[in-house]
Write a protein that binds this ligand. Structure first.
Ligand code: HXC
Length: 517
């Protein structure tokens, strides 16, 4: 065998060794936990055969605690680039089979390299987390590595989409990289995220709590809102990430991919002409409205189990990606509260950063009253949503279906917050407040002097409702651009979006605003 051939053989052997990560036993252990290895995950995520791995021969440089005797090619993370539906993406996947996927100085350098490349090329970066946290033997160098990653997350924010998949442990300060990215996905039963684990919690607060109850996928999906998506299996999780990317552009200077629309744009849906119940206190399901107006009913909901009074997610209208924000009358009557406001604000800002038009469907009775909300800072949280809509320069189309009262009317993408096209259904009620509340304020004293105060108030309420609970008052002043037939909503929104394709609006130059965080 020639020298050259021998060297080629050695390369092939080294590659095979690197591909085994922490070795066959560790891979078996990983599989036994119902988890895939880093390379298996990347293969499922990317288009077949598209992955180009980088830094396969990187090794850690630690000499503490006998680490100098333990080396694995690649050092606990698989990094590189490939394609999803033919579009370039950068990826890193922590390999739990090597030192529990813990983050060393060199692992951080590998991750930073792909993040830098993603920024240079203007392509999304996807991080797959499965790690025991900072590599304990490396001390401050591991911490410094995290900080290098966080700094890049911050600089990339609003420039390239960043997506985090949590497929195993993600604890301590390590949670902050996913938290800084645009979207987080967790797998049920196999992943968890917390700043301090159950043992520390027990020591500090005396509280007994399991990993799952402290930071499992369902906790973060429903209670904290930390995760945007959950999946039952790793495969499902990776498929959701692929789908998510199909709705968003490569970077902040591009548009989302346009898809061939197979759903007639002028498709009318008679159901919408009858969906609003006669009683104003009766709910209906906003999902039915969303499903009826978007292309083929295909909706990728974001944070579906968190603050269910506000629905957010991606859809397409005439093949164009849109971000849908809609009050859900079926849950807490669609009221806005702190959590719903924060959820909506972050989504609106994502869509605005990445040139995705916003379609807002309004049926909101107001903000949730009470000490619970006020002490929790609903003023500031509500202001976040207000701010997000007001600063968004992407096309904004709003349809008011029923209630739109008071402050919540303004917050939900009204005309004066630079709303581009504001439509209302004939059932819309756009007013300062609902009838019962209004007459209680206006006629409280007068009612007391009446023979039948209840009847008096009911009559006044009917009078107020007739005068104000309609869309025509707002339309009279041009705050509503048109009152539309509900079944024609899809067509009218699509026409509005077509018109807005050349929209140009720039906010005043500034270093950055001061959103009420
Ligand atoms: C070095 C680690 C490690 C770590 C795991 N390993 N975590 N090595 N540094 N942080 C090693 C284990 O020693 C073991 O090596 C192998 O990875 C697999 O781990 P197991 O414990 O066998 O796996 P499992 O039973 O599944 O438990 C997973 C685990 C546990 C729950 C993550 O390993 C664990 O508690 N690790 C420590 C977590 C932690 O406290 N990390 C530091 C947090 S502080 P062998 O050789 O036996 O196979 C932090 C600060 C970050 O992260 C701040 C950023 C700003």
């Amino acid at each position: 065998m020639s020298n050259q051939l021998e060297k080629v053989k050695e390369l092939i052997e080294l590659r095979a060794q690197a591909r085994l990560g922490g070795g066959e036993k560790a891979i078996e252990k990983q599989h036994a936990k119902g988890k895939y290895t880093a390379r298996e995950r990347i293969a499922q995520l990317l288009d077949e055969g598209s992955f180009e791995e980088l830094d396969m021969f990187v090794q850690h440089r630690c000499t503490n605690f006998g680490q100098e005797k333990k080396h694995f090619l690649g050092d606990g993370v698989v990094t590189g680039y490939g394609t999803i539906e033919g579009r370039l993406v950068y990826v890193f996947a922590q390999d739990f089979t090597v030192f529990g996927g813990s983050l060393s100085e060199t692992m951080a350098q590998k991750i930073c390299k792909v993040m830098d490349m993603a920024m240079k090329m203007g392509a999304p970066v996807i991080g797959i987390n499965d790690s025991g946290g900072a590599r304990i033997q490396e001390g401050i160098n591991a911490l410094s590595g995290y900080a290098e990653i966080f700094q890049r997350n911050i600089m990339a924010s609003g420039v390239i989409p960043q997506i985090s998949g949590i497929f195993g442990p993600c604890a301590g300060g390590a949670v902050y990289s996913p938290a800084l990215t645009d979207f987080t996905l967790m797998t049920e039963g196999t992943s968890y995220m917390f700043l301090t684990g159950p043992a520390v919690v027990k020591t500090v607060t005396g509280e007994d709590v399991s990993q799952e109850d402290l930071g499992g996928a369902s906790v973060h999906a429903s209670k904290s809102g930390v995760t945007h998506f959950t999946a039952e299996t790793g495969e499902e999780g990776l498929a959701i990430i692929r789908k998510l990317l199909s709705f968003i552009p490569q970077n902040n200077l591009e548009e989302a991919p346009l898809v061939n629309c197979t759903d007639p744009i002028d498709r009318m849906d008679d159901l919408l002409n009858e969906i609003i119940p006669d009683s104003p206190n009766k709910p209906y399901d906003m999902y039915e409205v969303i499903g009826a107006i978007i292309d083929n009913g295909e909706f990728l909901e974001v944070q579906k189990d968190y603050a269910k009074n506000l629905i957010i997610g991606f859809a397409r209208m005439n093949g164009q990606s849109v971000g849908v924000v809609a009050n859900q009358p079926k849950y807490l009557a669609g009221v806005l509260d702190s959590n719903a406001s924060r959820k909506g604000a972050r989504f609106v800002r994502f869509c605005d950063a990445f040139n995705i038009p916003l379609v807002t469907l309004v049926d909101v009775p107001g903000f949730l009253p009470g000490t619970g909300q006020e002490y929790n800072g609903v003023i500031l949280h509500g202001a976040k949503l207000l701010y997000a809509y007001g600063e968004a320069t992407v096309p904004k189309v709003t349809v008011t279906l029923r209630k739109s009262y008071g402050g919540s009317h303004i917050v939900m993408s009204c005309k004066q917050l630079h709303g581009d096209m504001n439509y209302a259904w004939p059932t819309a009620e756009i007013a300062v407040m609902g009838g019962a509340g209004a007459v209680a304020v206006l006629y409280a004293k007068e009612a007391k002097d009446q023979e039948n105060p209840a009847q008096f108030l009911a009559d006044k309420e009917a009078e107020y409702t007739k005068l104000f609970a309609n869309p025509y008052n707002a339309a009279k002043y041009g705050y509503i651009d048109d009152v539309i037939e509900p079944r024609n909503t899809r067509f009218r929104v699509i026409r509005a979006l077509q018109q807005l394709q050349t929209k140009k609006l720039t906010n005043p130059a500034k270093k950055h605003g001061n959103i009420p965080l």
